[in-house]
Structure formats: C-alpha cells, structure tokens
Write a protein that binds this ligand. Structure first.
Ligand SMILES: [Zn+2]
Length: 319
C-alpha cells in the first residue's frame, strides 16, 4: 500500500507519497495562501495536485496535518492563526470525494508526534511527547501507543504553557507562554536586543548567500564561541527545560522528540535543558526520559501519510 501525506502550513503546503515502510516515492510543495489567500483558491490547487497524484500513484489513504485548531472528527480546520481568513474550512470531505480513499485530518504537531513514534522510534516506546520547535512551538502526544487527541483535538499544545507570568507577549495574545520565550521569533527578538552591531554580526556569521540575522546565523556564531549567542541559546534551553519539565511530570513519557528548524541548534541548548531536568525534585521520570532530536526534517508530512495508512490498516484488521 502507498500513502499520500499532506502538511498544510502557514507558508507552504507539502505533499509526499510514501510506501508502507515510510520510504519517500514522491514529493512536491506549493505556497499555501497563493495570491488571494482564500480557502477556495487553496482547495482548487490542492485538489488539482491530489487528482494528478492519485492517477499516478493510486494511494490507499490520504493523511493530512494542518497548523492550528483542527476538528479531526469532521475533518475541518476551525481556525489557524496564519490562515486568518479561513473559518471551519472543510478539508477531508472534498479530498475523499475526489480520491474515493479514506482521508484523515489532524493537527500538524500531532502528525509530527506520529512521525516520531513510527518513523524515528519504530514504535519502540509507547509514550512519546514530540515538540516542534519553529517560529512557534507545537506539541503532540502518543500515549500507550495511540495518538492522544483530548476532548477537542488540541491535546499537547505545550507552546502556550505559561512559564513566565507577565513575560513577553506571545503570538496567541497572552503573555509569558513557552513559545514567547523559545519560538524562533522570541529567540531573534532577544538576539536583536542583545547584539550591538547586527550588520557586522551578520557579515561575520551568516551562512553564505543567506545574509540575515536568523537562528542559523545565531547558531553559527555560537559554534565559534560568540558569548552573547551562547548566552541566548543557554537561556532558551533553560526556558525550554522548564516548559518540558511540566509536561514530563504530567505525562511521564518514555521519550521526548524535538523536531523543527530550531532543533538544529540543539548542541547549544540541550546541555542547559538537561541541567533543569537534573535539578528536579521528583527524579525518576527525568532520569528515565530519553531526549532525542529528529533526523527527518519533515516529520509532520511523513507522520500524516503514515497515520492515514495506520487508520486504514486498523480498519481492515477489525473486519
Ligand atoms: Zn501563547
């Protein structure tokens, strides 16, 4: 069996076709919002892609992950901060009509969690917390080998745990969220404040051809021992450690998998994060938990494809 995976992000929509072992057969992407930014225009482009890929690959399932507040039962996006004009936008219905195969829709961080569980960890651990570190921070939970949705589909939203009362403003509107300390926009806000001569800093540390002050530039500066860059990553690690500690006490996972672009700087923030774990009073869950950084940079879209296939296989097994 082959599976189609779709990841609807605020910027890009990624599509993959994989086989039953998670091997990539095909991939493509397009800008989610296009020119109009509207849902109708997006669905026209998405259904065009899916119609074409369905003819070529004949997938047995379509699994979709989307950023934002998602209704997995009805297969619609209730609201997404980066897709502001969309409200209660149906996704699985039109795709199911088009392909005739079962379609699932889940929150994108939940699909990254499924990707971590099945692809990276080969289902070796039953309890996994996956945390996506990007512009924002998302989270997904696998508990006893099953994706945990919660009552409305938003379980695991660790990014909006309040870790600093009265702290910096978060994109969600609240203050002091984990994301407002450790999301890339927060890291770069701190960097812009702390780095005196940003122009010279960028000239010295930016990757060739990408001359901007971003987390890659900040990581390269830390690699070369820049004190301010090292301090920013250390503080990020301490804050992330505090946010994760709450989740570890609550769920006692076997493994925490970090993924997303910012996880590429883990060599600078994992040490401080582990110190926060070591200082916890309730020792066992922190001694046992395995901290991993995902190898696959696209866990969300692979996880979506694998999750769609899992659903179909489970249905067949029950028959
Ligand atoms: Zn928030």
């Amino acid at each position: 069996m082959k599976g189609l995976g779709i990841d609807i992000g605020g910027t890009n929509t990624k599509i993959v076709v994989i086989n039953g072992r998670g091997r990539l057969l095909h991939e493509e992407r397009f800008h989610t919002l296009g020119e109009s930014g509207g849902y109708g225009d997006f669905m026209n482009r998405l259904t065009g892609c899916v119609r074409r890929l369905n003819k070529i690959w004949r997938p047995g399932s379509v699994g979709i992950g989307a950023a934002g507040d998602v209704d997995p039962q009805k297969g619609l996006i209730r609201f997404s901060p980066n897709l502001e004009k969309w409200r209660y936008a149906p996704i699985t219905g039109p795709l199911n009509k088009l392909t005739g195969v079962p379609c699932t829709l889940e929150n994108d961080a939940n699909m990254a969690a499924w990707g971590a569980y099945e692809l990276e960890l080969k289902k070796k651990y039953a309890n996994v917390l996956a945390v996506t570190l990007g512009t924002g921070i998302g989270g997904g939970l696998i508990l006893d080998g099953r994706l945990y949705h919660g009552a409305t589909g938003s379980a695991g939203e660790i990014g909006h745990n309040k870790i600093k009362p009265g702290g910096e403003r978060c994109h969600c509107g609240a203050q002091g969220c984990l994301e407002a300390c450790c999301g890339s926009y927060a890291i770069m806000r701190d960097a812009r404040k702390a780095i005196k001569n940003a122009g010279a800093f960028v000239r010295k540390y930016a990757a060739p051809g990408r001359e901007r002050l971003n987390t890659i530039c900040l990581t390269r500066a830390a690699d070369r021992g820049h004190k301010t860059a090292l301090r920013i990553w250390r503080e990020m690690g301490e804050n992330l450690g505090r946010g994760l500690a709450d989740a570890i006490l609550l769920f006692n996972p076997d493994c925490v998998m970090l993924t997303g672009g910012v996880s590429r700087a883990s060599r600078h923030f994992l040490g401080p994060l582990k110190k926060v774990f070591a200082a916890q009073q309730i020792k066992t869950p922190f001694q046992k938990v395995r901290l991993r950084v995902a190898k696959n940079a696209d866990l969300g879209v692979f996880g979506a494809a694998l999750f769609g296939m899992e659903r179909v296989n489970n249905r067949q097994r029950r028959r």
